[in-house]
Every structure is written in C-alpha cells, then in structure tokens.
Design a binder for this molecule. Sequence first.
Ligand code: SF4
Length: 283
Amino acid sequence: MIPTSGELLLSPGEEHDPLDEDGHSPVPGLIHRYPDRVLFLVTDYCSSYCRYCTRSRMVGWRAGASKARWQKAIAYIGANQQIRDVLISGGDPLTIPDHHLEWLLSRLRKIEHVELIRIGTKAPIFLPQRITPDLVAMLKGYHPLWMSIHCTHPDELTPEVGAALARLADAGIPLGSQTVLLAGINDSVETMKTLMQGLVRNRVKPYYLYQCDPITGSAHFRTPVAKGLEIYQGLRGHTTGYAVPNYVIDAPGGGGKIPLLPVDPADGTGVFHDFRVTGLRAG
Ligand code: SF4
C-alpha cells in the first residue's frame, strides 16, 4: 500500500482504464459488460488503497457514495430483465454504513429478476473489525448473498481475520477469494500454496488468481505469465483441488477473463486439453 516511484513510469500497454470499464457503463457507477450480470460501484472509498488497483483511476478520489447515483443504477437494473446477478463493489462497499448498505440491498432484493447479490470487498482482510455481528445479521436477511474477498498474502490471515471470516461463513454467506499475482510479494509456489490453503482452512474458496492488470505505473508489480503458470502447476495436484484458483488474465479492452493453463511439453497442448497458451503476454 506504500507508493513508490515505480508508479510514475508509464510502460507500453498500460492505461488508466485497461479493461474499458468506462466504455461499458450505461449509467454512472454501473458496468454492464456481460448480459446477465452487472458491476455496481457504490463508493470510491476503500478499506485499503492497493497500488495495483484496477480502478485506481477512481478509487480514493473522494466522490464518495451518492444515493442519487445509486437510484439511477437501481432503475437501470430494474429495467433490464436479463440482469440476474449484481456484484456490489467500489472501492469497498463495506466502507459504507450498515443502514446505507441495507437500503441498497433491500432495493435490489425488490427487483424480481435479480437472483443473486454478490459483495466484492477487502474489508474482512484489511478491516476485520468491520465484520460486526450486527452487519452479519443484516446481510443474512438478503440471501442468496455471496461475498468475494480480496486477499494477497498469507500474512494477512491473522486471528482477527479468521474470526471475521468465520462470522460470515456461519451466516451462510458463501465466500470466494481473488488474489492478484504480484512480483516480489506473492510470486512463489510456497507463498501462494500457504495462502490458498489458509483461505480454504477459513472456509474461503480461492476463485481467481489474476495476472496484474496493466494500469498506469504497475509494471513493477507484473510478473511474466510463465510465473503464474509455474505457480498454477505447483498447486494443481500438489494440494486440495478446492485450494487451486483459476489463473486468468482480464483481457485488455474488455475482452473478459481468459483462463490460462500450462502447456504440456510432451504434446504441446494444454495439460487439460481445454486451453492453450501461445505467445500471450500481459502488459
Ligand atoms: S481493495 Fe480492491 S477496490 Fe480497494 S484499492 Fe484494493 S483492488 Fe482497489
């Protein structure tokens, strides 16, 4: 979370909005890229200001949370019957007060075609005291509600984090995790295995391992794709299947998530024969 001079360098392929989220935003604060689901950015405040954040262009710019903006997004969701899944993100939605969050959840739950609500947050990891019994009791009233947790390193799995995750899991909230592969921070098989096993121990299913998005000034965080494949190979078959996340690149320009699997040197095809990586580079 500490800024370094590396952020001042603009490298080839880097952009403020590499996934073209702004180009897929029908109303402010809502990204509608895939037909049946939307990303609802409810605040630009965050519990942590990751230097590699995909939304660095907006997170922490103090626009805060605005009910008028939320209402426009909710009206859009209500008017588009194909939307069955709403991912509430930001910033970090758990930085807004419980009664505002409940206002949002209750409005979304009133929309009949919204089957699933998800919350993307780093609060259970970075601000575990935010996961109070009152918050969890409120969230429990809006099932099916899933939570996607952002976790970077096994050192983050403190006893306080363990207690926060247990409160959420005990409330029947399915927990998944996202991790960004970061050079010099978590780019080893050992670190990643410890993290993934620790998450599973805390009832969190490791879901995505992301190649670091090419946001402006992030080259010092990016590893070669080969490093991610090496880590994937070091996990697959070497630990519980539940502890193996999908290694993906979020394709520049909004092309969606591309899963990557190691190539089998024996026959040159993907080990699992469903995807082949050739000449693909990020950043
Ligand atoms: S927790 Fe997520 S939204 Fe917040 S700064 Fe980190 S990557 Fe960005």
